[in-house]
Design a protein around this ligand. Structure first.
Ligand SMILES: Nc1nc2c(ncn2[C@@H]2O[C@H](COP(=O)(O)OP(=O)(O)OP(=O)(O)O)[C@@H](O)[C@H]2O)c(=O)[nH]1
Ligand SMILES: [Mg+2]
Length: 676
């Protein structure tokens, strides 16, 4: 196989570099497109109206992404559709500020709310999460570990050190992405501001055996109780991490290995290798974060019962208190310090009848109750039907998750300072006793005046003391990878699949190790290509392709690299294909120091250098070291190609090159001598 004439690095999601480049000029870019070179874009911040710093796009971020997703790959659109961002006022025309071009777009996300509802993520039918709640306890972020640095091809050149040998250093490893618990955080709100997290890539290898520096790791700070899952996780796949205690950390994505420099490829048979590897790509993915609040005690109750007031009295927290339901939309945490002991209380927003089915954002709120060890059930003493409220809320807990009913609870009958409320207290107490609530767990308090609050907190502490010591309970079988894996991947290179051909006679070779190997092969070096061919032979890929009926000229795709099948597997044919590809791509300069025949045609002046280099190469006693694979057929091929280059020049161009005629004659003479 050899490089394809129309080489095209397909991306993982489909589409090509060219396609993405075209998009770069027009739209914001989804950053999960690998290696398209445009993932430097800054998306607009959350909230409509802001503009992207690179594209100067006027539309809201979500809209840009949506358009792009639509155009780039429909499957990405699926992913983007799930964004927690909500865009109002959809338009059907989009205008690029730079070019002024307008475009009709089909807003396929108009039915977004319906889709979310049917997927169970949306809690109020047809309505979207209030702004305060977005990203409070769920967030989606993009993470990318650093790519490995590129290996270097260099030779030691020093006075009195003849034939110094290869000295190209390895590239550095890319930085890893970690999640670290920061107990000063209590929500995922920070992820509204920053969506993309990229670790630094490894540095390039250098000459004189200098290895590139490893990219520093990136730490993403999350509140305790955060669960992180891959967005494209297979069903049943465990979450990446579930972190509970302060300082706990887990690896989310590992950085790519640095590419090896030519010093690493030195062997007894080839002591002057002219090839190096690209660095491995760092892992990238979208991660879903879910926060389940970790508090000792959850304060629950119907709206307006006085939960926030109670929290403000027993802790230093300053939650919003107002005389209307749903004042609290996101849980508030408060640390109560009493009798030299610390208890964390969470004020959960008000729960309504039907909360278990999502009414009044019930799902969002009830989820937080799960992570608490005990509950304080606040009854509104001024309610027309306090007993009814109590019963309804217990039913909701039961319907949502029966384990919530089993949580120890203390009941606080609130607002006893209001004259009327005292009328019902005895009735309510009687009812609660009938329900099996122990008398010591029933309190009449006034959160506003602080009456009875102390006793309530003491009782709560006693209840907590009776519970087994489990600061926080892990609810998933998360991987929680605390150390970096020794090897980047244990995939076997001979583990591959060959599929095809399709209508365009394209074959696809898939397999983790072979795909990585293809991505790390630096095709600018002829020896690297030879090595790749050897691996294709050794793993049996070539054999399997032949067995399945591959034909001359068929395209074979290995990990996004397109190659063309040729029945002629001789080195001469390989070399000719490699050279042709290099000239076409205009990357002939890389490695030309030792492959002079690869100098591009238009660079007339370089021909002289090329001729002289071949002269040196052929006549030098170090010939074997520099051109280890030289054989007669090879030399003949080179000479012919060089002659072809020379013949293609006009007399005027030839005249520009001083002494070129002599040099060409000299090479011809030398060639004749060697070939004889
Ligand atoms: N008189 C009196 N009023 C109280 C007491 N506790 C709370 N209130 C009042 O009740 C109203 C609601 O109080 P919040 O603490 O906001 O109630 P909440 O349960 O947090 O309400 P949501 O967050 O909307 O679910 C406010 O006007 C408080 O001043 C109390 O013990 N006595
Ligand atoms: Mg409140």
């Amino acid at each position: 196989m050899r490089p394809c004439t129309s080489r095209n690095f397909s991306t993982k999601e489909g589409g090509s570099v060219q396609q993405h480049r075209a998009l770069q000029n027009t739209f914001l870019t989804p950053t999960n497109i690998p290696r398209c070179g445009i993932d430097q874009h800054q998306f607009c911040g959350f909230g409509g109206g802001s503009t992207c710093s690179r594209c100067k796009l006027r539309s809201p971020r979500q809209r840009c992404q949506t358009v792009l997703a639509r155009l780039a790959a429909p499957e990405q659109a699926e992913v983007l559709r799930d964004e927690d961002e909500v865009v109002e006022d959809w338009e059907t025309e989009w205008v690029n500020d730079e070019t002024g071009a307008s475009q009709e777009v089909e807003w396929f996300v108009e039915d977004w709310a319906d889709n979310k509802e049917s997927s169970g993520k949306e809690s109020v039918s047809g309505k979207r999460l209030p702004a305060e709640m977005r990203c409070f306890d769920t967030a989606n972020i993009y993470i990318k570990a650093g790519d490995g640095g590129k290996g270097c091809v260099a030779f030691r050149r020093e006075k009195h050190v003849p034939r110094g040998g290869p000295s190209g250093g390895n590239g550095g490893n890319g930085g890893n992405v970690w999640a670290v618990v920061d107990d000063s955080l209590n929500s995922l709100a920070a992820f509204r501001k920053q969506l993309h997290y990229r670790a630094t890539p490894g540095s390039l290898g250098g000459g004189s055996n200098r290895h590139g520096a490893n990219g520093p790791d990136l730490e993403i700070r999350v509140p305790p109780g955060t669960i992180m899952r891959r967005r494209d996780a297979r069903p049943g796949e465990p979450p990446l991490a579930e972190l509970l205690s302060a300082g706990e950390r887990a690896v989310l994505a590992t950085g790519g290995r640095g590419g090896r420099g030519n010093a690493s490829f030195k062997t007894g048979r080839n002591n002057a290798p002219t090839m190096a590897e690209f660095g491995e790509e760092g892992t990238e993915m979208w991660v879903e974060l879910e926060l389940k609040l970790v508090a000792d005690v959850g304060i629950i109750g119907v709206p307006n019962a006085g939960k926030s007031t109670l929290l403000s009295v027993l802790s230093n927290a300053k939650p919003k208190v107002a005389d209307y339901p749903f004042t609290t939309l996101v849980p508030n945490l408060g640390v109560c310090e009493m009798d030299y002991r610390t208890t964390v209380f969470a004020d959960i927003p008000g729960l309504l009848e039907g909360a278990h089915a999502g009414v009044g954002l019930g799902h969002e709120f009830l989820r937080h109750c799960q992570r608490t060890r005990a509950l304080v059930h606040v009854i509104d003493g001024t309610s027309p039907d306090p007993i009814g409220d109590y019963k309804a809320l217990r039913t909701e807990l039961e319907l949502f998750n029966t384990s919530l009913l089993e949580k120890p609870q203390v009941v606080a009958y609130n607002k006893i300072d209001v004259p009327d409320s005292g009328d019902y207290i005895d009735e309510v107490r009687e009812f609660l006793l009938g329900e099996g609530v122990p008398p010591e767990d029933i309190f009449a308090i006034s959160a506003a005046t602080g009456q009875g609050v102390r006793d309530l907190v003491r009782r709560v502490r006693d209840v907590l003391d009776t519970l087994p010591v489990e600061a926080a309970v892990r609810t998933t079988d998360a991987l929680n990878m605390r150390e970096l894996p020794r090897r980047m991947s244990s995939a076997d290179i001979s583990d591959f699949d060959v599929e095809g051909p399709d209508a365009q006679r394209r074959w696809t070779v898939s397999g983790e190790a072979i795909e990585r190997f293809a991505a790390m092969t630096n095709w600018d070096y002829y020896e690297a290509m030879l090595r790749f061919q050897k691996v294709l032979d050794a793993t049996g890929i070539n054999k399997q392709l032949r067995a399945k009926g591959v034909q001359e000229g068929d395209t074979v795709v290995v990990g996004g690299i397109e190659l063309q099948w040729s029945d002629d597997q001789s080195e001469g044919a390989l070399y000719a294909a490699w050279r042709e590809d290099k000239l076409r791509r205009g990357t002939a300069w890389q490695g030309t120091a030792r492959w002079p025949h690869a100098v591009p045609r238009p660079l007339v002046a370089s021909l002289v250098v090329a001729l002289l280099m071949v002269t040196v190469a052929l006549s030098s006693a170090r010939r074997d070291a520099i051109l280890p694979r030289t054989d007669a057929a090879q030399v003949e091929l080179w000479y012919k190609q060089m002659k072809e280059d020379w013949d293609s020049l006009t007399p005027a161009q030839r005249a520009q090159i001083p002494d070129a005629e002599e040099a060409m004659d000299y090479v011809k003479e030398l060639y004749n001598t060697i070939m004889v």
